[in-house]
Each structure stands twice: as C-alpha cells, then as structure tokens.
Design a binder for this molecule. Structure first.
Ligand code: FAD
Length: 501
C-alpha cells in the first residue's frame, strides 16, 4: 500500500495530494484529524470554527473512501486511531507548533510546503543575497515577478511600471454610500453546515468550549467548487474595480471591490498561482486595467508570500517581541467584540463587521483596529492572539508578521520602516466614517476629541525618544512642540484609557 498522506485543515485543495517528486505517493490514502483541543485552547470566532470544520468535512466528503477522517481530542490521538504506528507523509505545516509536532512523531516524513509560490529555500537564498540590508517588500515582489514571469513584458514590467500604488490609493468616491461593485460570490449552506452547527452548539453546551462572535449564514467558501466559483466571480466581475479604492472604507459597503479570497487561499482551497495567472489573463485580454491587476498581484505574489517567508525567517522568538514595551491588557469590550459599547463610529462599525462576519479589509485591520491597539499600548502578543482568533483567515504564519511587525511595530522596525498609525484626519480622508460621528477628527481635547487624533499625539509623546531618531517620523514628532494643549490632551487620554472610545 502507498504511504498514507496526512492533510492538515489548511491543506484542503487538490495541490496538497498531487503526486510529484517531492510529493505524496500516487493515490496515497489520506488521513485527516479533527482535533477538538484546538478549539479548547483558544476562544475562536464561531464563524471561523464553523468555516474550518465545514471545509475539512467537505474535503473528506470529496475524498470519499480514500480518506480516514478521525475526530479526536488531539492530533496524536487521532493519528494513532487512524493508522497506528505506520509511516506517513505530510506537507510542511504552516505553523511552528505543527512543524514541531510532525517532527516529533516517528515515521512521519515532512515534504516541502505547498500553497505558496516561492519555496522556503529559494527565499533563504534571496535573503542571503541582500547583504544584510533590510529585506524590502518591493525588492522581494519584483524578484518574484521576474522569477515567475508574472505580469512581465520581456525584462520589464507589463504596463510600463512595477508599482501602480499612485492610482490605487484613492479615497472613496465623494458622496457615495457604496462603491457599486457587482456583489461578491456567497456560498449556499448544506447538510454539512447543519451538522457543524449542531456540533458547535453541543460543544458550547456540554463541552466547555467557548466562542466569540456571531455564526450567521456561512459567507466564505468551504469547498474547492465554491472557492473556484468565488475566484471566477471576482476575476470576471470585480477585479477591474479592485485597484483605485483599495485603501478606502465605506460604512455601508464593507467589501467594496476586495476579493474575499484570503480564507480560501489560507485553507488551501485555492493555489496562489491560479489566482494571479487568471488575473494576468484578464489584463492581457482587456477585461481589467493594469493598475487593478497589478494591485491584486502585488497582494498575493507580494504581500502574502512575503509574510509567509518572514514568519519563518524572523525566528522562533519573534512572537514575543515588544520593542515599545506595551503591556496593557485588552479590555473586555474589545475581547467580546462589543461594538455597541463603542461611541467612535469608525471603531464601532468595523468591530461590528468582525463580530458579524470575522472579516474586514486590510485598512480597518491596520488603520483602525491595529492602530487603536497601538495607540492604547495594548500587549502585542494579546493583540496578535485576538486577530488570530477573530478573523476567518487568521493563522499563526499570517498573524505574526502582520500584527507583531506591520501593525504593532513590536519588532522595532524589522518589517516596516515606521509605525502604521494616524490621527483622525487620515480616517476622515479615506472613509465616510467620520461624517456622522460625535467625535471630530480635527479636535484633540474636549468632549468631541477624536480618539484617533488624541491617541496619535499621545502615542508620539510616549515614544518620542525612540521615534525622533527615525527619519520618517522626525517631522511628525516635532509637531508635538506646536501643541499648546498637550498636557490637557495627555490628562484626558489617561482618564479615558480604560473605557471604550
Ligand atoms: P484582498 O484585498 O482582495 O487581497 C487579495 C489577497 O492578498 C488576500 O486574499 C490575501 O490572500 C492577500 N494579502 C494581501 N495582503 C496580505 C498580507 N498583508 N498578508 C497576507 N496576505 C495578504 N490576511 C490573512 O490572510 N489572514 C490574516 O489573518 C490577516 N491578518 C491581518 C492583520 C492585520 C493587522 C493586517 C494589517 C492585515 C492582515 N491580513 C491578513 C492581510 C489582509 O488584511 C487580508 O489578507 C485581506 O484583508 C483579506 O481580504 P481579501 O481576501 O478581500 O483581500
């Protein structure tokens, strides 16, 4: 019999069982373990637990007799139940903890990672070749484009430039409540979802397992078929408008032209290569403009790959980095996704999106949720854990660089050259969220003081010594000297630090 192959719950597409030189055996029997301890250890968003379980069970149904699907307390127990002590292969898992586990098991052979464009060894060689300089995303991204011939015309970038950010950072259209993009694909639930719901109810009632957030109708694909339908719909109907308002936020249109493909990519239902290739085809056949296609390719072949590689590159103790010495615990209103307790319209709006769907796009994550946590000095490890638990697409590998590095600057600038945070003026420019808010983006003290504007100045003040040494922050920090009301602002910030803004 061919050596059985073990699939983790984020290795669900056909590319994880395709045979090959470094792949599983042809027609290898498959083992999948649904380990309940995962849900016992952390309080996940219920919609995320639902999605992951539904996707695993859909995959098992597709594989039919080829799979042994075991429900167990732990992975170890599940594997023993499934195959005793025999040999197994497994593709390189996506977390350090899972890698440690598979390496500690007798008879398990770890195959190279799948589900990403760039092999880990190739990245290591590229990083070594950077001569000890900071690893820049833009350099990495161009290297990937060249290496994979993505959006290239000969030696140069297709469309004449590598970077179309200048065309992709527009504020929302004036006066519009929505972007008017065609609706995204949404799946229809089936019997497997009903069974998952019943199990989750039972776990909550009898098993002491607790969730956060609402588990409304499932919004994200749980099978290859659904994921392909979502990709098709995005490429054909929504990609063309992806670029220009990529960074804008509209209260009544949380999705705008975003692809909603992150959970499908991270569950392994889609392979990144097929996503970027289809996007490039859309440009070459005149169905989408180059700025939108480049923006999308940049997200997947650039940011997603870069974050995956940095997770391994930055090493084991990256998760404990806390360069700014932030130790405040996350308050209950945030932990409970209690959007109704929040007065600031921007935060209330996006926290409600997280509560109801387990998703918001990248600007609410970075410039609202993350920025608020940074300004309030919340513990970066707790913030990382919160994002991991509450987002349908959250996994260890994607969380650490995005939260510890990009959003909380807890690595002291290893990933980004400056902290990503702003006052209310940025939120006002890029969204319609300030219009009917009781707080005013241009006020920093008093009862209408915007929590982001006041929080920004308080953050700069707290870290002045460190930030004024950073050439990209010097001007902003010097702005503190022009504030005649800084003392009053700091007093108010201290008083308000506990409650919801
Ligand atoms: P689109 O805007 O349509 O982008 C296309 C794809 O690009 C995404 O589906 C995703 O696969 C990829 N992508 C873009 N940026 C990133 C990035 N920085 N890291 C990884 N992939 C990226 N993404 C996750 O997949 N999981 C997370 O848990 C996650 N947490 C984040 C936390 C913070 C604080 C920040 C700032 C970003 C985070 N991101 C995460 C990145 C990004 O916000 C999401 O990938 C994106 O919002 C998902 O929606 P979408 O599929 O519509 O993305």
């Amino acid at each position: 019999m061919a050596t059985p192959h073990w699939l983790f719950g984020d290795q669900l597409g056909p590319h994880f069982v395709a045979p090959g030189e470094d792949g599983p055996a042809r027609n290898a029997p498959v083992v999948m373990v649904e380990a309940r301890s995962v849900f016992r250890r952390r309080r996940f968003h219920r919609a995320k637990a639902h999605l992951v379980l539904s996707a695993m069970r859909h995959r098992a149904a597709e594989l039919g007799d080829r799979v042994r699907y075991v429900r167990a307390e732990t992975y170890r127990e599940g594997l023993e139940k499934a195959f005793g002590a025999g040999g197994l292969t497994v593709c390189h898992p996506t977390s350090r903890a899972a890698l440690r586990l598979v390496r500690s098991l007798d008879g398990v052979r770890v195959l190279p990672a799948r589900g990403f464009l760039v092999p880990l060894d190739d990245f290591r060689a590229w990083a070594d070749g950077q001569g000890g300089q900071r690893l820049r995303h833009e350099d990495f991204y161009r290297w990937v484009r060249r290496g994979y011939g993505l959006l290239m015309d000969g030696e140069g970038p297709a469309g004449g430039r590598w970077n179309h950010d200048h065309a992709n950072r527009e504020p929302p259209p004036r006066g519009a409540r929505t972007l008017g993009a065609p609706a995204p694909y949404r799946p229809r639930e089936d019997d497997i979802d009903d069974e998952v719901r019943r199990d989750l109810d039972r776990w909550e009632r009898h098993d002491g397992i607790r969730f956060v957030g609402r588990d409304g109708p499932r919004l994200f694909p749980a099978s290859r078929r659904e994921a392909l339908a979502a990709l098709r719909r995005f490429i054909e109907h929504r990609l063309a408008g992806f670029g220009p308002h990529e960074d804008a936020v509209l209260a009544a249109d949380p999705v705008m032209s975003h692809s909603l493909l992150s959970s499908s990519l991270n569950l392994g239902l889609l392979d990144p290569a097929e996503c970027v290739e289809r996007a490039e085809d859309a440009w070459r056949s005149g169905r989408a403009p180059v700025n939108s296609v480049e923006g999308f390719v940049r997200q997947i072949a650039g940011w997603r790959e870069y974050v995956w590689q940095l997770y391994w590159h930055f090493g084991e103790d990256y998760r404990r980095r806390n360069a700014l010495g932030h130790h405040a615990p996350l308050p209950d209103w945030f932990l409970e996704l209690d959007a109704d307790a929040v007065t600031a319209r921007c935060l209330a709006t996006v926290l409600a999106q997280v509560r109801d769907t387990g998703w918001t796009h990248h600007i609410p994550r970075l410039m609202l949720l993350g920025s608020h946590a940074l300004q309030r000095g919340w513990d970066p490890a707790e913030v990382t854990d919160w994002f991991h638990r509450c987002f349908v697409d959250g996994y260890d590998w994607v969380m650490l660089p995005n939260v510890v590095g990009m959003s909380q600057y807890a690595d002291g600038g290893r990933m980004t050259t400056k902290p990503y945070t702003s006052g209310g003026a940025y939120v006002h420019r890029m969204s319609d969220l300030c219009a009917s808010c009781v707080y005013r983006p241009d006020e920093r003290v008093g009862k209408h003081a915007c929590p982001f504007t006041a929080g920004y100045w308080a953050f700069l003040h707290r870290h002045r010594a460190r930030l004024e040494r950073n050439p990209r922050m010097t001007r902003a920090v010097r702005g503190l000297d022009r504030l005649s009301d800084l003392d009053a602002l700091l007093r108010e910030q201290k008083r308000r630090a506990e409650g919801p803004p």
